[in-house]
Design a protein around this ligand. Structure first.
Ligand SMILES: C[S@@+](CC[C@H](N)C(=O)[O-])C[C@H]1O[C@@H](n2cnc3c(N)ncnc32)[C@H](O)[C@@H]1O
Length: 333
């Protein structure tokens, strides 16, 4: 029988491992699977305390993330290397929400209120997602290879990387990105220009849930709409009715033959313990604390149905345990 403390110590282990790895990520020491770290040199370069950096790396040897070679350099262990493509989860899932969970009790008491005097750290979110986007984008662009379209609209386009990935498929494709964060729009414009795609894209600073307020001419050619990790934000902002009205506008934009790709993480009900379930309960918790409202797959299907849309296929999205709905107009048989 394992001691009762065994389980508790796995929680504390997770905490210290996560904090240590996140610190290395932020210092730029986790991005490269082949990194070799000379603690004295790195500490001098980065202005860190060499003794403490060594203590962290030694701790991570015990936890099988690093190994030390004969020359005293620290490298990722085999296990640490396996994790390398996914370290972006650390800033995306934990770092971005540290402003909230670092002050948990004050938030619970209402001394700090999300949106008023507290926000998640967007740069950590974007940094983590960008580091992992290869996985996500590879899955989604694979799905799009089976579709034909001429114009793509990305709702909540963030840094615009999805748009640039899609537009690279063909010289005649055109793209529109909408984001309510001016910073994201600037980043998207910058990234698309750097890829030589500025002439084929329009980035609009606006509310993706109010498509009818966007200039009609930019939506004319759109026959593919993408919404990655944004509908649950709109769900909070505009509630269920607002989501349905947004989905109706999407249905109008794609018409009878266009497609809508929606990437979301399914909400789970807190009815019973779910011991083997990774990631989603924590993902759900951070969303509750940051003005976002997840829904179950069935709840999304119901909302889509009310808006005249239907799910044609469901695929894993390749990141965040998310699913991707391939959606089209309802057909009458
Ligand atoms: C989690 S990020 C996802 C970004 C991008 N789709 C991706 O998957 O990398 C959500 C984005 O949606 C934007 N957003 C949230 N609500 C929005 C709204 N009502 N209209 C436009 N953009 C919105 C946020 O500013 C943010 O850039």
């Amino acid at each position: 029988m394992p001691a009762p403390t065994d389980k508790l110590f796995t929680y504390t282990e997770g905490y210290f491992l996560t904090k240590s790895l996140l610190a290395l990520w932020r210092l730029g020491l986790l991005g490269d699977a082949d990194i070799s770290i000379d603690p004295d040199k790195v500490a001098a370069d980065l202005g860190c305390d060499a003794r403490l950096l060594r203590a962290t790396l030694d701790y991570l040897i015990i936890r099988d993330v690093f190994v030390k070679d004969d020359g005293g350099l620290y490298r990722l262990s085999e296990h640490g290397r396996e994790l390398a493509p996914y370290y972006g989860y650390l800033p995306m899932h934990v770092g971005a929400y540290e402003p909230i969970f670092g002050r948990y009790e004050e938030v619970l008491r209402g001394d700090l209120v999300y949106g008023r005097n507290l926000r998640r750290a967007e740069h950590e979110l974007v940094g983590g997602m960008s580091a992992m986007e290869e996985h996500l984008l590879a899955h989604l662009t694979g799905l799009m290879d089976q579709m034909s379209f001429t114009g793509v609209l990305d709702l909540g386009c963030g840094s615009g990387r999805m748009l640039s990935q899609v537009l690279r498929r063909g010289p005649d494709l055109r793209g529109v990105g909408v984001d309510q964060a001016e910073q994201a729009c600037e980043k998207a414009r910058h990234n698309l220009a750097a890829e030589g795609l500025a002439g084929r894209t329009t980035i609009l600073h606006g509310d993706a849930s109010r498509l009818t307020e966007l200039p009609a001419e930019v939506l004319e050619q759109v026959d593919l709409v993408i919404a990655m990790f944004v509908m649950h934000e709109i769900h909070w902002q505009r509630s269920r009715e607002g989501v349905i009205s947004c989905l109706r506008s999407i249905a109008d934009v794609i018409g009878a033959d266009g497609r809508f790709l929606m990437v979301e993480v399914s909400r789970i009900a807190a009815e019973k313990p779910r011991p083997g379930l990774r990631f989603i309960p924590e993902y759900q918790l951070v969303h509750e604390y940051s003005h976002q409202r997840l829904a179950t797959e069935q709840e999304w299907r119901d909302m889509l149905g009310e808006a005249g849309l239907q799910v044609l296929r469901t695929e894993p999205a390749g990141m965040c345990e998310a699913f991707c709905f391939v959606i089209g107009a309802q057909t009458t048989t």
